[in-house]
Design a binder for this molecule. Structure first.
Ligand code: F6P
Length: 345
C-alpha cells in the first residue's frame, strides 16, 4: 500500500506556504509514489479530524498564491496532555505514515512534543518575523521586507511634501528583523526594534537634529513588539489577547507618533502596515526558498529523518532537530542593526 503523508500549515499565514505544499506533493507523488492528505487549519484539523484531499490536481496553479490552500489556525495541541494524546490518536486513525508541519515556534513546538511521543514528523520553518532559531531564514520574510520597503518609499513622498514625521509600524513581535531590513532598504531615519527599548528623548533628538539641518521630514520605522524604555509592557491598543493567549499587538506606532509630535512640535502621523505584510504573492526569492524547503521536507520523510526541521544554513538546506529549532527566539544580529544606526538622524 502507498505510504500516506499528512501536511498541515499552522500559525499566521505567510507568502510561500503554497509553494512549500506544492513542492512536497509534486516530488512526493512523482519520485516516491506517496499519497497525501491535507490537514485543515493547522493542528485544529488533526484534533477535529478535518481533512481535505491533496493530490497533484489540488496544487496546480498555486505556486504564486499567497495564504495557504490548507487553511491555518493558532490551535496548539501542546497546551495540554489530553490534546497531545488526541493528536496522536487521530494521526493513527488517519493511517498516517508521516506528517509534515509547516509553522513557527508554536506549531513546531507541538511537532517536537508529538515526535517525542512517537509520531513521524518533519517541520518546515515559517514565520514572517524570521525569529526561529536553527535556520538563517524563514520563507516569506523577504517578501514581507519587500512590501514594507515599498510602503516606506511611498510614505517618503508624503513625509517630504508635507514636512511631516511618519512612523511606520511593521511586524516583529519579539525580534525586529523586518524593521531592520526594511529600515536599511527604505532609508529609515530611525529604526526601532524590540531588542532595544525605545529611548524617546534620543528619538526626538535625532528628529530635531534633522530639522535643524533643513531636513523637514523623518521616517521612523518601529517594530510592533517595541516598548518604551520606562514601561515594562509592549504598547497595545486594548491589552486584548487572542483566544490562544497572544497579546494583540498594534499600538506602538500611534503612541510613538503622539509623543514625537508633542515633544518636537513636528506634525507626525503613523501608518500600521499590519497584515499587508503577510498577504499576497511570494517574491521570486521566496518561491525558490519555499520550493527548496518543500523538496527537502519530503526527502527527509523518505530518508526517515524524523524529528527534524528543514533549515537554511549558508546556502545549503540541512536538517536540524525540532527541539533545537524551537529552543529560543532568534533576535536581530546587532552587527546588522548597527548598520541601520549609521543612517539615524
Ligand atoms: O506570525 C507572527 C505575527 O505576524 C506577528 O508579527 C504578529 O504579532 C502576529 O503574527 C499577528 O497575529 P494575528 O494575525 O493572529 O493577529
Amino acid at each position: 500500500m502507498k505510504e500516506l503523508i499528512g501536511i498541515l500549515t499552522g500559525g499566521g499565514d505567510c507568502p510561500g506556504l503554497n509553494a512549500v505544499i506544492r513542492a512536497i506533493v509534486r516530488k512526493g507523488v512523482d519520485a516516491y509514489g506517496y499519497s497525501f492528505v491535507g490537514i485543515k487549519d493547522g493542528w485544529k484539523g488533526l484534533l477535529e479530524l478535518d481533512t481535505v484531499k491533496l493530490d497533484k490536481d489540488s496544487i496546480r496553479g498555486t505556486l504564486h498564491l499567497g495564504g495557504t490552500i490548507l487553511g491555518s489556525s493558532r490551535t496548539n495541541p501542546g497546551k495540554s496532555p489530553e490534546t497531545l494524546e488526541l493528536a496522536v490518536k487521530h494521526y493513527r486513525e488517519l493511517g498516517l505514515d508521516a506528517l509534515i508541519a509547516i509553522g513557527g515556534d508554536d506549531t513546531l513546538g507541538a511537532a517536537a512534543r508529538l515526535y517525542e511521543m512517537g509520531l513521524n514528523i518533519v517541520g518546515v520553518p515559517k514565520t514572517i518575523d524570521n525569529d526561529l532559531s536553527g535556520t538563517d531564514l524563514s520563507f516569506g520574510f523577504i517578501t514581507a521586507v519587500e512590501t514594507a520597503t515599498e510602503a516606506i518609499d511611498r510614505l517618503h513622498s508624503t513625509a517630504e511634501s508635507h514636512h511631516r514625521a511618519i512612523v511606520v509600524e511593521v511586524m516583529g513581535r519579539h525580534a525586529g528583523w523586518i524593521a531592520t531590513y526594511a529600515g536599511i532598504a527604505g532609508g529609515g531615519d530611525v529604526v526601532l526594534i524590540p531588542e532595544e527599548p525605545i529611548d524617546l528623548e534620543y528619538v526626538c533628538k535625532l528628529i530635531n537634529q534633522r530639522k535643524a539641518l533643513g531636513r523637514q521630514y523623518s521616517i521612523i520605522v518601529v517594530a510592533e513588539g517595541c516598548r518604551f524604555k520606562d514601561e515594562s509592557e509592549v504598547a497595545t491598543l486594548s491589552g486584548e489577547k487572542d483566544e490562544f493567549g497572544h497579546v494583540r499587538l498594534g499600538g506602538i506606532g500611534n503612541r510613538l507618533a503622539e509623543e514625537i509630535e508633542k515633544r518636537t512640535g513636528i506634525e507626525t502621523r503613523a501608518t500600521i502596515l499590519g497584515h499587508i505584510q503577510r498577504g499576497g504573492t511570494p517574491s521570486a526569492f521566496d518561491r525558490v526558498l519555499s520550493t527548496r524547503y518543500g523538496i527537502a521536507a519530503i526527502d527527509f520523510v523518505h530518508e526517515k529523518r524524523f524529528g527534524k526541521m528543514t533549515a537554511l544554513r549558508g546556502d545549503k538546506i540541512v536538517p536540524v532537530d525540532l527541539s533545537e529549532a524551537t529552543a529560543e527566539t532568534r533576535t536581530v544580529d546587532m552587527e546588522l542593526y548597527n548598520i541601520a544606526k549609521v543612517f539615524f538622524g
